[in-house]
Design a protein around this ligand. Sequence first.
Ligand SMILES: [Cu+2]
Length: 505
Amino acid sequence: MINRRSAIRLAGAGTLSAVAGQQLVARAGTAELPQGLALGRGGHGAHTGAAMSTVRPDDAGTRPDLEKFTLPLPLLRTAKPVTTRGGQDVYLSSIREVTAEIFPGHRVPVYGYFGSWVPPVIRARSGRRTVVIQRNETKVPVSVHLHGGVNRDVFDGQMSRPVTPGGVFSYVYENDQPAAALWLHDHTHHTDAENVYRGMSSPYVVTSPEEDALGLPSGEFEVPLVLRDGDFGSDGRLVFTMDDTEHRSTVLVNGTPWPRMDVKRRKYRFRVINSSAMRFFVLGLSDGTPMTQIGSDASLLEAPVTAPVVVVSPGERADLVIDFSQWAPGTEVDVVNYIGPGPMEDVGQVMRFRVGADAPDDSVVPERLTTLPPVPAATVKRAFTLESSEPGVTPMFGSINGRSFDMGRVDTTVRFGTTEEWTVTNANPTVPHNFHCHLAHMRVVDRSTGPAAPNELGLKDTVQIFPGESIRVRLTFDRYRGVYPYHCHMLDHGAMGMMAQLKVV
Ligand SMILES: [Cu+2]
């Protein structure tokens, strides 16, 4: 059994092979699939393996030739509100089918928030309301979830509240939560895994005066890095095959395969968002230099954590500071990934930094970043077991406590104001999962394999659970009443049924 600890140990040694990666992140997947955009698909009813089966086209995995680290990293622009009056910032986003030149010379169909494959970042302010008017200009139903956001269920972008083609919905986000990098992505019932894969994804950053006062790298030196993988055909189009983790072997950052970024010799802050549907990244720098992690999912850490590897599962974020003044001008430093599946010459490479000239740097990383409330005592205990089909087993399925997702069913009723302790177990022998809860942030108590890692002591909304492992988390439900989902954030697993709903009453 490969557990988290051994994965990290292997990763630290740089020896985690594709074979071990395959054991860790397993694959499956056969049967029919609409090629290109999943337009007019539908007809999917129950979450059964048969309904989700797909077949991979013959030319999948034959992506156009590309020399790694030649394309420049796109720097994400900041979204402009259409109005800032009335104490709120209002943004207008069209969700569209657009074309993108992911591989040079090949324009291919994708989806885009703000009508773009590389959409801008919404920058919200803690305590100030944001309204995002999403216009669905695609031919499929959509639902936009603010991952990590604490919002009323009507604005939570859930499966049961789709915006139909041609429809418009105004999502209201109070941002009554700490500074952190959140993530807007599709959450439509049954099709979210494919919709996100095809581009319905964009970063959403909450800032605060308290964070500003820390003096962290900012402005052009604070850079969102949205990571993901993809499987591409010979014409450069994205190929989606349900639950196929093995073949999504092209690594993209900000929508660009294996990009290069020219950096100055100073500190940068990188907001890493793992927007992959299925891929875990075990990130490091090519020469083993440690990175400084200052935040994770939904808050800063109380104190920075310095480590040579950072693990980010789908939906998780890592707020990192790298000081490039420790390398000579002209040095090339790569971000590498120590874990499969897929060929390590591809999935082991993420992006390259090319260190340039000196630049003034008055930024700091304080030893004390924030103060979090103590982990509360719990009065209710629950246990959840996550399980999916093992690789190659059909029909494919996903379940929580033995039940596949049913949108009409409330699985867990929670009393408003209560703190609960949940023990979440991954029952699979080889397949990793993670666990994401809407509405309430999690505090990690410990794991069956040992204490919580220092970088998971902040406010979490997504936690890794390796095969055979359990994690204990506490959640306080004192913000809103209503119905919210909790699920594995390996999106294909969620779409296969590893999802359930709680109701706060
Ligand atoms: Cu899973």
